[in-house]
Design a protein. Structure first.
Length: 74
């Protein structure tokens, strides 16, 4: 997988936008919010996620890996 280079400022903005746009718990996520997060991870980090709106183990793993945000189980 190739990596893209972004500045720390760009990373923080991306991280904040994703966190603000969707609370990352299964209880509160709508399918559209999860798709938004999956799409952003794919676009910015080429995460290879299926954009299906399901916050499954691959999506949670990508959030933790690329954004450094632990995802809690609901």
């Amino acid at each position: 997988m190739s990596k893209i280079k972004i500045t720390e400022s760009q990373y923080n903005k991306l991280k904040n936008n994703i966190v603000e746009s969707a609370l990352l718990t299964e209880e509160t996520n709508t399918k559209d919010e999860v798709i938004t997060v999956q799409r952003a991870l794919n676009k910015c980090f080429k995460a290879g996620l299926v954009e299906d709106g399901i916050c499954g183990k691959n999506t949670k793993s990508a959030i933790e890996r690329y954004l450094g945000i632990p995802v809690m189980e609901a």
